[in-house]
Design a protein around this ligand. Structure first.
Ligand code: 3HC
Ligand code: NAI
Length: 709
């Protein structure tokens, strides 16, 4: 018998403990072990009942996603059969009780629903989150959940994927009883006693319980309408509804087949492969070559923020939300007051929208202390500098911080583009200097680029990576170069969007093409939102680095010269009304045509396909360089940056994953065409060329080749 499932006895009750750390995922071996243990316990006449429980911190978090990834990327297409296992459990002749603590998600929830009874600790969470991975429950979840919780709740849970608490599960009838205690710490003994009470009562097979199964055409129709309007990639959510409708209208033997068919179709879809990649890539981020998990982190108990502008105010909120006291400094009282007013306004909006309670907000506001003097930074453990973008400002601030802050305090900059090594050179503690690049609005956006400079110590990196988790951010370690990973690639995406307009495309057509591809907003709308002046200033600062004779976009510079900075001036690529609604501006179109004629740029019809290729492939080409230089550790790290900071559609997995989906040969060939037509800005990256010529993908590129950052 495998040690993945232990069988022990509590007198007449057989206890089956699933033990597959960290979260008891249902790999092939675990499923096999459960099956053998169930057979043994069911056939053991001296056992009157069975308790199924998880070891460690959870019942079961679901099917093994590493295994799904292997299956869908191989030719064999052998899908693990969990369906027959849950039916075998349900067919046991003696009562089976699932004892749930931690999580029962996906296949774990399906396993639990096949037991005859479920008990749970009050802190447990349950759910069918498969839809977030582009699949549907594949082991009877769409068949048993409506029988336990009713059709409407099952539709909601399977099509949206949000978990429910144990208390709600009890109220819905999914769980039979709540019991204090986790796992071995009390829950097991109580579950055993519960199982003993069930001995002698007829076993209740969930698949035969039809009392809550009434089909409800209105529920299905409303759910489908809502999914179609809200989700950009609705395949899995719609399939989940179809499978529940089948459960409500067909005999079980037929409807289970419907679920299986839909599950298989979803599992092999591009959306699901991309979403599972994203889930696993996010978990890889914490694994940093050369920095083992046991590198000690520096305790962070007090925080300083320099600059109470757009970013500084948001960053102060991020730390306060995590319960950390923050001192925030600006140059004068007026600037501080503006920053604090922004913070208060943002919190008030959160209370209005029901995200936070007033009490929570009051507590957070008490954690934020305004200051006009650097003396207040003497005892902070980390400072985030968020003053104007400009090397001179930053170096001045860092020199002062170095003198004021206690030894060992981390000095971090929120710069978007500047060289962190040069900033560090203003201090005598380069090992404690790094970039923490938050995204706007900092209190909302999940991404945090942690930028490692030459001298940054392992402890400082480990601290900031762990801190990112505490702050609720997705921290991605990147190397030091202009724009780091995200902005360096995005600059090319935005450049191409401008070129397209300069070559004759409509502003709205460019935005629509990229929106239809799945981006949260089109590139020109994003530019208006962020402020056209930011890029304008940046281009002026770095103009000396431009190669003479190489084409540069001019459209946004011209708009800025006219005072059109985007939403903040009610005009940019679009005009904006008092509700910040974008209105197409025919004047912009006329100017573009005039400026293009003056610059001698031939005008032509450009297809939506080319618009997408130009914008996305330019990023992919740069991504290949970034990987080759070791600025990103893994292809998946770049994808995480794009999914969490740039509105890239998660169902496409990120730009690098997407490139592999299209096929690198195809991407490379098209880039070569652009190179021929548009010149050196499109020179193919050597890594892209190499992989394409070898018939490989970015997934074949190993991070060991990356220069250690
Ligand atoms: N398969 C494989 N590994 C998994 C896993 C899974 N389903 N769920 C979590 N893990 C691994 C993670 O990769 C990570 O590994 P690492 O330590 O090597 O990096 C480890 O477990 C811990 O995960 P987290 O870092 O995410 O830990 P948290 O405590 O933050 O969250 C969790 C735990 C809430 C369980 C979260 O991991 C989660 O949401 N997991 C996925 C749940 C899910 O989607 N289940 C459905 C799977 S599909 C399915 O069951 C299909 C079925 O219908 C047939
Ligand atoms: P901002 O102009 O809104 O705010 C800067 C603030 O710093 C002002 O309040 C100013 O008074 C203050 N300041 C200037 N010198 C100071 C000093 N010596 N001491 C204390 N305060 C000082 O700028 P924003 O947009 O917040 O940007 C800050 C930094 O964050 C920049 O480096 C920028 O590149 C970066 N960043 C900006 C993003 C954005 O979308 N705005 C996104 C990510 C990074």
């Amino acid at each position: 018998m495998s040690n993945l499932v232990r069988i022990t006895r509590e007198q007449d009750v057989a206890v089956l403990t699933i033990d597959n750390p960290p979260v008891n995922a249902l790999s092939t071996d675990v499923r096999q072990a459960i099956r053998e243990a169930i057979e043994q316990a069911d056939n053991d006449n001296s056992a009157a009942a069975i308790v199924l429980i998880g070891a460690g911190r959870a019942f079961v978090a679901g099917a093994d996603l590493h295994e799904f990834q292997k299956i869908t990327s191989s030719a064999s297409q052998r899908i693990p059969e969990l369906m027959r296992l849950v039916e075998r459990i349900e067919d046991c002749r003696k009562p089976v009780v699932a004892a749930i603590h931690g999580y029962a998600f996906g296949g774990g929830m399906e396993l639990a629903m096949s037991a005859h009874y479920r008990v749970a600790s009050p802190s447990a969470q349950m759910g069918q989150p498969e839809v977030k991975l582009g699949i549907i429950p594949g082991a009877g979840g769409t068949q048993r959940l409506p029988r336990l919780a009713g059709v409407a709740k099952a539709v909601e849970m399977c099509s949206l994927g949000a978990p429910i608490s144990a208390a709600e599960a009890l109220q819905l009838g999914i769980v039979d009883k709540l019991m204090e205690g986790d796992g071995d710490g009390g829950l097991l003994a109580k579950a055993v006693a519960f199982a003993r009470e069930a001995v002698g009562k007829p076993v209740r097979k969930t698949r035969e319980r039809n009392e809550k199964l009434a089909p409800n055409a209105a529920v299905f129709a409303a759910a489908r309408d809502s999914i179609r309007t809200k989700q950009r990639a609705p395949r899995a959510a719609l399939a989940a509804i179809d499978a529940i409708e089948a459960a409500a209208t067909l005999p079980y033997a037929e409807s289970r087949q419907v679920e299986q068919k839909l599950f298989n179709e979803c599992l092999f879809s591009d959306e699901s492969k991309a979403l599972i990649h994203a889930f696993l890539a996010e978990r890889e981020l914490a694994k940093i070559p050369g920095i083992p998990k046991d590198v000690p982190a520096i305790p962070i108990n007090r925080v300083g923020v320099v600059g109470a502008g757009t970013m500084g105010a948001g960053i102060a909120m991020v730390f306060a939300n995590a319960g950390l006291p923050v001192v925030i400094k600006d140059v004068d009282q007026a600037a501080l007051d503006r920053g604090l007013a922004t913070i208060q306004k943002n919190y008030a909006n959160s209370v209005k929208r029901g995200r936070f309670t007033q009490q929570f907000v009051d507590e957070r506001l008490r954690l934020i202390r305004p200051a006009l003097s650097y003396d207040e930074f003497a005892d902070v453990d980390i400072v985030i500098e968020a003053v104007f973008e400009g090397m001179t400002f930053k170096k001045e601030v860092f020199a002062v911080l170095d003198g004021v802050c206690k030894p060992g305090a981390i000095l971090a900059t929120n710069t978007s583009y500047l060289d962190i090594d040069e900033i560090a050179s203003a201090t005598k503690r380069a090992q404690a200097v790094l970039g923490t690049h938050f995204f706007s609005p900092a209190n909302v956006m999940k991404l945090l680029e942690v930028v490692r400079a030459k001298a940054t110590s392992k402890e400082v990196i480990a601290t900031c990576m762990q801190l990112s988790k505490k702050l609720g951010k997705v921290g991605v370690l990147v190397g030091n170069c202009r724009g780091f990973v995200g902005n360096r690639m995005f600059a090319l995406y935005r450049r191409e969007a401008q070129f397209l307009v300069e070559e004759g495309a409509d502003v709205q057509a460019v935005d629509k093409a990229l929106y239809d591809f799945g981006m949260a907003l089109g590139p020109l709308s994003v530019a208006d939102l962020a402020g056209l002046d930011i890029g304008w200033r940046m281009r002026k600062e770095f103009r000396h680095l431009q190669k003479p004779g190489v084409r540069q976009p001019f459209a946004e510079d011209r708009l800025c010269e006219m005072g059109r900075y985007g939403q903040k001036t009610n005009a940019g690529w679009y005009k904006y009304d008092e509700n910040r609604r974008a209105i197409p501006d025919p004047e912009v179109t006329a100017w573009m045509r005039q400026w293009a004629a003056e610059a001698g740029i031939p005008q032509r019809q450009i297809s939506a396909e080319e618009m997408v290729e130009r914008c996305i492939y330019s990023m992919i080409n740069e991504g290949a360089r970034i990987l080759d230089e070791g600025i990103a550790l893994r292809a998946g790290d770049i994808d995480m940056i794009y999914l969490n900071g740039y509105g890239f559609p998660s169902h496409r997995g990120g730009p690098i994953w997407y490139a592999d989906t299209v096929g690198l040969k195809k991407v490379y060939d098209r880039i070569c065409e652009f190179y021929e037509r548009h010149g050196e800005l499109w020179e193919p990256a050597p890594l892209l060329e190499e992989l394409a010529k070898d018939g490989k993908g970015f997934a074949d590129f190993s991070c060991e080749r990356a220069v250690p950052v």
